[in-house]
Ligand binder design. Structure first.
Ligand code: NAD
Length: 285
């Protein structure tokens, strides 16, 4: 079985973004600026935000965090985002999920203007994917998965792909961009019947269900390429995915590890999206 590590793919994306940015900055342009908004102190979110800002700085993107307490009124966060939407020195804005219950998940997707929506939550950006256009801002994790499949030369065109999960951040946009790449996609979710029958006949299965170690070898065939998006901290402190560790020794074709698979790609593609927004403003394409 082949292990599909994300690190070399992420390094390739980041070095491309860094080089592209360096060549633009020689023209005396101001560096891109990414603002990350964090509401509350959810430990995993704090770690992700820290990683995002560190990686941004390492490749020449100015990055800062605006931290609100978990009891902040959504209106207050909205007015800060409005201010940033109008601030011409800001190129990208990211509102870290999950947010407290007081935030309406549909409302918030329209707060950041599409031109600064580096996480691709705005209906305009998601809608563009639906029209078949994957050439602009694309959701970070799904875009990273495509890079991973391409890097390891796993054929997408014509493949039968099951995507388990239908969130606005992973499952839904992933189905669109895979369809745009000529895959035949089965979108699965918690109410899907006979899930195993669907995954067993798929060439590629992307698992983004958010259920720790739920998917064992019985879900996959000998030729399956399995992409595990899930990330959870188990009771003994280890990071685990949605797939059972038994997959590591099972007869499948390929598997992404957790950690070290899809994770590093999400941050790399976020940097790529930030560069895209910056270029859009500065008239590069
Ligand atoms: P979510 O909870 O918003 O959505 C989960 C989806 O899976 C739902 O649509 C649900 O219908 C479906 N589902 C749940 N249980 C199922 C089951 N037993 N069978 C079939 N479908 C089932 O989750 P999300 O935000 O898309 O994230 C999914 C996982 O991916 C989480 O573990 C999350 O932490 C992880 N994640 C990782 C990255 C990364 O960069 N590695 C990025 C985003 C999310």
């Amino acid at each position: 079985m082949q292990i599909l590590y994300g690190k070399p793919v992420a390094e390739q994306i980041l070095s491309r973004v860094k080089a592209d940015l360096a060549s633009i900055l020689t023209q005396n342009k101001a560096a891109p600026r990414l603002v990350v908004i964090l509401v509350g102190d959810e430990p995993a979110s704090c770690v992700y935000v820290k990683k995002k800002t560190e990686i941004a700085q390492s490749i020449g993107i100015l990055s800062e965090v605006i931290h609100f307490s978990s009891t902040t009124n959504p209106e207050e966060v909205y007015s800060k985002i409005e201010e940033l939407n109008h601030d011409s020195s800001v190129h990208g804005i990211l509102l870290q999920r999950p947010l407290p219950q007081s935030f309406d998940r549909f409302d918030i997707s329209t707060w950041i203007i599409p031109e600064k929506d580096v996480d691709c939550f705005h209906p305009t950006n998601l809608g563009r994917l639906m029209t078949g256009d994957s050439s602009k801002i694309v959701s970070c994790t799904p875009k990273g998965i495509l890079y991973l499949l391409d890097y390891y030369k796993i054929k997408i065109d014509g493949a039968l792909i099951s995507v388990i999960g239908r969130s606005a951040i992973v499952g839904r946009p992933l189905c669109q961009i895979l369809t745009n790449r000529n895959a035949t996609v089965i979108q699965c979710h918690s109410k899907t019947k006979n899930l195993k029958n669907l995954t067993l006949q798929s060439d590629i299965v992307v698992v983004a269900a958010g259920v720790p170690e739920f998917f064992g070898p019985e879900f996959f065939g000998k030729k399956s390429v399995v992409i595990d998006v899930g990330i959870h901290r188990s009771s003994n402190g280890k990071l685990v995915g949605d797939c059972s560790s038994k997959l590591m020794t099972s007869e499948i074709s390929a598997l992404t590890p957790v950690p070290g698979g899809v994770g590093p790609l999400t941050i790399a593609t976020l940097m790529e999206n930030t560069l895209f927004c910056y270029k859009l403003r500065n008239g590069h394409s």
